[in-house]
Ligand binder design. Structure first.
Ligand code: HEM
Ligand code: HEM
Ligand SMILES: [Fe+2]
Length: 441
């Protein structure tokens, strides 16, 4: 590691991995409740554990983004992080907020809107954490070299904080409530988070392949151009049936369909760069996560997103298991995998450890991705059947649920495999290595 302050990433990555475990175990319990409805029904009802599952997801992804930023920014800007002390305070405050939220959920202290269930005071703490972070990285940027990667990353992180502010606006009118809720939810994952994704991807590809920075920068411009052009108006694909004007069906369908292209560009970009590369970097596992990320996000977000983005199709599939299939593969492919990629890359540096467990890490890649892909197929089949029986034939909701129970068992099976793979990943990055060298320049 060239810069001392890159080490700030370490606590963030550790906390991220702890919450990752909590997240998937929460998913597993939710999956068990789907097939045994009374499982833990008194102490841990479905709505509570589902909330823990998806909130822990968001928080650990954010922990990962913060860590990734502290890791890559010094190298990009060629200067140390402005205030390491502030970064530490930010870390403990954020961890405290996350733990307080989860404990609160266990005692049924929460608000109503999906993903934004944190009580208001915790939302305020999150904003303070974000401001500390943005101040710190912006000051670092001002002091150092402003590369395209650093600029795009910072832009994405500012956007992330900005759109979170809509979480405070909760109009009583349900149509307005939904309208603004999507400003946070959609404009995050199909807007500003994609900038963060592209920046981390660019950084990793430079390190792992040794390709010229100019080539990477050109691609990043294309990707963020496509993202912002399609993603902002693409929000319309959530405005079809909530009481908004009819024209959203056209806008959402057209721009929603275009949202496939930034993800397509990322696949082509990563494979092109790897093919042209001159460097044979020893950290094969990190490269595998990078390529896996672009491929699975293309399928999960791009293809699975496209399949229900057109209004005439969404009319039937809206809010079915198909949505859950898309949600799982998109979040996993894009944001889980980019985090696991940078953690896999950075960990041997952060721990100063040579060699490390590369083979185990690669195993966890294949087991985890197979598990998530299988889960996606099971939910997709469930979603298609549900759409047909419920929305086309008009069968009763609960009758349909019993018809598709088999797929919930398959989801549970896949979930067990995923959880096992997550444990393996955590073991591979934290245990004492006995395998291959993993770091080069
Ligand atoms: C890293 C992997 C995972 C990611 C990124 C993820 C993400 C998500 C997301 C975004 C939702 C909300 C879905 C929606 O609103 O449509 C969700 C719900 C859910 N997830 Fe996961 N999840 C993961 C792993 C798991 C695992 C291992 C299981 C185990 C079976 C699981 C089971 C569930 C269940 C049962 C729900 C509730 C679905 C419902 O309300 O009908 N997830 N997950
Ligand atoms: C990595 C990027 C993406 C992530 C993480 C993601 C995640 C999600 C999640 C969690 C939901 C469920 C929200 C809820 O109702 O609770 C959702 C819904 C939806 N997504 Fe995505 N998405 C991504 C990209 C895309 C793309 C690129 C498209 C279009 C090509 C798309 C189209 C849709 C549509 C149409 C819905 C609404 C489904 C419904 O009506 O039930 N998504 N997405
Ligand atoms: Fe969306």
């Amino acid at each position: 590691m060239k810069y001392q302050t890159q080490r700030l990433a370490y606590p963030y990555f550790i906390a991220a991995m702890g919450l990752f475990l909590l997240q998937v175990i929460g998913g597993l319990i939710s999956g068990i409740i789907y097939v045994f409805p009374n499982f833990l029904s008194v102490i841990l009802p479905f709505n509570i554990i589902r909330m823990i599952h998806i909130n822990a997801l968001i928080v650990w992804l954010l922990m990962g983004f913060f860590g990734a930023t502290y890791y890559l920014l010094p190298e990009e800007t060629e200067t140390e992080i402005y205030s390491p002390k502030l970064a530490w305070i930010q870390f403990w405050l954020f961890l405290f907020a996350a733990v307080a939220a989860v404990v609160g959920y266990l005692f049924h202290i929460h608000e109503g809107r999906e993903f934004l269930e944190q009580p208001t005071w915790i939302k305020v703490v999150i904003v303070i954490v974000a401001l500390m972070f943005l101040y710190n990285i912006s000051m670092t940027m001002l002091r150092g070299k402003r590369t395209v990667i650093a600029m795009i990353l910072t832009m994405g992180l500012w956007g992330l904080a900005l759109f979170f502010l809509f979480a405070f606006y909760d109009p009583a009118n349900l149509a307005l409530d939904k309208l603004y809720w999507w400003y946070t939810i959609h404009l995050w994952v199909e807007g500003v988070w994609e900038l963060i994704l592209a920046a981390i991807l660019g950084f990793l590809l430079i390190k792992l392949t040794g390709i010229d920075r100019e080539v990477i920068e050109k691609w990043i411009y294309i990707i963020i151009g496509l993202t912002l052009f399609s993603g902002i108006l693409g929000t319309g694909h959530h405005y079809y049936w909530i009481g908004t004007p009819h024209y959203w069906q056209w806008i959402g369908s057209i721009f929603g369909a275009l949202e496939v292209f930034p993800f397509l560009a990322m696949v082509i970009f990563s494979f092109y760069v790897v093919k042209k590369s001159s460097r044979n970097h020893p950290n094969k596992a990190a490269l595998l996560w990078v390529l896996g990320c672009t491929v699975l996000s293309f399928f999960g977000a791009g293809i699975w997103g496209f399949m229900h983005t057109l209004a005439p199709i969404n009319y039937y599939t809206h809010g079915t298991q198909f949505t859950a299939a898309h949600a799982h593969l998109a979040f996993f492919g894009a944001y889980v995998m980019i985090n696991l990629a940078i953690i896999t890359y950075a960990m041997p540096h952060l721990r100063g450890q040579q060699p490390y467990n590369q083979t185990l890490n690669i195993w966890s890649f294949w087991i985890m991705t197979s598990g998530m892909v299988f889960m996606t197929f099971a939910l997709t089949a469930a979603g298609i059947l549900q759409t047909h029986l419920e929305r086309v034939l008009g069968m009763d909701y609960m009758d349909v649920q019993s018809q598709i129970a088999l797929f919930y068992w398959m989801r549970l099976g896949a979930g067990i495999v995923v959880v096992a793979a997550v444990f393996l990943f955590v073991y591979a990055i934290f245990s004492k290595g006995k395998g291959e060298q993993a770091t080069a320049a």
